[in-house]
Design a binder for this molecule. Sequence first.
Ligand SMILES: [Zn+2]
Length: 162
Amino acid sequence: MICFGISLELYSLNFIEKVIAGMGHREEKHRRMELRRNIGNRKVRAIAPSSSQPFYSYLVAHACFNCQKSFKLNNQKDHVCPECGEKIYLMGRAFKAPKRGDREQWKKVQTLYAFGFRFHLYRGDYPALPERLREVGAFVAQYPDHELRVGEVERSLFPQEP
Ligand SMILES: [Zn+2]
């Protein structure tokens, strides 16, 4: 019988380094700047010119990886978790929070975030995000230019052993 313990599904830093090294840093940076510019343009167009509303006044999912909970908050400033006070992360409007207590799925979304994925609404064809935590490393290696991969790699966010 195979044991799918969480610890087996975590990636060693070596593995993460290899995935990152395989991407070609300069092209990566350029690509993401382009993507951000495109996304920025789309947002700007979506705002009515005469609107007195503040920019982006809608609520959007933020995740606390410490509590493994999601909160809908505006995205006008850096928020902290209402429950534990740790930094929380803007995930994007298409983010679907894993069920409470589903540690594997929470670590999966945390790992995707750490690799730079954001859950924006994005029209177009792109490979569906992986279902399981253990698939994330191979997925990133296979699709380093994925359309939803618009953020910087945040090494400190790769899940640690509990
Ligand atoms: Zn929290």
